[in-house]
Design a protein around this ligand. Structure first.
Ligand code: UN1
Length: 506
């Protein structure tokens, strides 16, 4: 007889304490590779919990904003060191709760480590400008100011990296945070907050609430004491967030959908391009905003590329991400798997040719998980739904193209603009693509994924709202400029009016 395992019960973190939800209700977190495995129970927070967390963050802001940034940075350095020490355990927890293979989960934790060290370093920069005044005996400069309480809403596909992109710059700039992670990955979020707490983040500075979008996310973005909202997720919800923020002019950053493309030219190194298309298309089971879900291939090398690409996709081992021989893990949950299956139907119905995969895996070892085959649609028209819409799963649409101009039109012919890539050995073609592809990120001879933490991350069109995460762009978002003029002339000096001779200025 199986022994009943008592599930681990997790709590919200509000004002420096782990507290139960006021609803008394909780939600299950299960392993998508084996749904028999219950990872833990997480609170379903209510609007009262939201208000308590925002109150705590608002109070904590009064003192946190005055802590010198290099001192705030020391806490982040300590957090980074703890993350380094725990990397393996944190990665295992992540694979268990969201399914990505362990090597990728380690990469996700590493991205959080990189971001934490990077933002800690920014604590001794946070540069402003000094510049000569147009008037004598007057000094001019600009400084960065924190903004206040930040609501951070994060997705499940990068359960530690993406929260770190938001939390670390928010903290280093002197803001306080209420963090709502995706309901599929609360454990990694909990682990990150635990690390920050151990590193010495003062009470109320970081708060975490788990629960639904309607009960937690919505009140968190509408509360008048929240000044900043950062959201990563679907374009559909991003529009709701943007509208909610508009009323009170809350600062808002949105990181939304993508339909990223790899362009393969006839002079490309095809082995490299196939490697890139496999990693870009099926890494993280295609569940990246940056996933290469479209590949357009020059007609001269189309057949050869497609043969190699499909052969490789068919040989990928699908399974539990903790098994070192697994190349691709499950979809994160049943809903995501169903979306993938629906798009396979859509593709077949609109005349795309199924060249690899196309089926759910649900027998034997796959029985208890949300597994799907790596799937390739060939001979796609650029206007088909499978070539236009974000699927967020292991489905790649391959589109033939005639030349570079045609490829660039296909690349830009979608509503999204996150990432794109071109494989070519011709420097002229590479530079034209770099100039003419309208996305936030472009790669040459590398797939659409692989962003580093110290460069701006984000996209154009319906992918974003003009802001960028990561890099110094994140500092720009989580701080506000204050321009300061100090007049030491002891007389009224009127800018733009007292424009006389300064020959005798003293
Ligand atoms: C995402 O897809 O949501 O460049 C983030 C990459 C990762 C980040 C992806 N460093 O694919």
């Amino acid at each position: 007889m199986a022994t009943a395992v008592v599930p681990k019960v997790y709590k919200n973190f509000i004002n420096g304490e782990w507290v139960e939800s006021r609803s008394g209700k909780s939600m299950e977190n299960r392993n998508p590779a084996n749904t028999d495995e219950l990872i833990g129970m997480f609170p379903l927070a209510t609007e009262d919990d939201v208000n308590a967390a925002i109150d705590a963050a608002r109070e904590a802001y009064k003192t946190w904003r005055l802590v010198p940034a290099p001192k705030r940075a020391e806490i982040l350095f300590r957090a980074a060191e703890i993350l380094v020490r725990r990397k393996e355990d944190l990665a295992r927890d992540m694979t268990r709760e969201m399914g990505k293979v362990l090597a990728e989960a380690r990469g996700d934790v590493q991205e959080a480590i990189d971001m934490t060290y990077y933002m800690a370093g920014e604590g001794r920069r946070l540069f402003g400008q000094t510049t000569p005044s147009e008037l004598p005996n007057k000094f001019a400069m600009s400084v960065r100011q924190p903004i206040g309480v930040c609501t951070l809403i994060t997705p499940w596909n990068f359960p530690m990296a993406i929260p770190s992109w938001k939390i670390m710059p928010a903290l280093i700039c002197g803001n306080t945070v209420v963090f709502k992670p995706a309901s599929d990955t609360p454990l990694s979020a909990y682990n990150l907050v635990q690390v920050l707490t151990e590193a010495g983040v003062p009470r109320g500075v970081v708060n975490i609430l788990t629960g639904s979008g309607s009960n937690v996310g919505a009140p968190l973005m509408k509360h008048p004491d929240v000044k900043v909202v950062s959201f990563t997720g679907s374009t559909e919800i991003g529009r709701v967030v943007s509208t909610a923020c508009a009323t009170d002019f809350k600062h808002c950053t949105l990181e939304m959908g993508g339909k990223n493309i790899i362009i393969v030219m006839d002079d490309a190194n095809l082995d490299l391009a196939v490697d890139g298309a496999i990693w870009g298309g099926f890494g993280t089971t295609g569940q990246r905003c940056t996933a290469a879900s479209r590949v357009t291939v020059h007609k001269k090398v189309y057949k050869e590329f497609l043969d190699r690409f499909t052969a490789r996709a068919k040989s990928l081992k699908v399974g539990d991400g903790l098994d070192p021989s697994t190349a691709m893990g499950p979809c994160v949950n049943e809903g995501q798997l169903k979306t993938v299956m629906q798009y396979v139907h859509i593709g077949i119905n609109e005349g795309a040719r199924l060249a690899a995969g196309g089926h759910r895996l649900d027998s034997g070892n796959y029985k208890r998980g949300w597994f799907h085959q790596p799937t390739i649609f060939a001979d796609c028209d650029p206007n088909m739904r499978v070539s236009q819409e974000e699927i967020f799963g292991p489905v790649v649409s391959v589109i033939p193209c005639d030349n570079l101009d045609n490829a660039l039109d296909i690349a830009n012919g979608v509503v999204y603009g996150l990432s794109a890539s071109i494989y070519t050995r011709d420097v002229n073609k590479a530079f034209r693509a770099l100039r003419d592809i309208y996305t936030g990120i472009v790669y040459v001879n590398a797939p659409t994924i692989g962003a580093e933490t110290h460069l701006p991350f984000g996209g154009t069109k319906q992918t974003g709202n003009g802001h960028r995460e990561a890099g110094t762009a994140a500092i720009d978002f989580y701080s506000e400029w204050k321009t300061i003029y100090i007049d030491y002339s002891d007389r009224l000096q009127r800018a733009q009016i007292d424009t006389g001779s300064f020959a005798h200025a003293e």
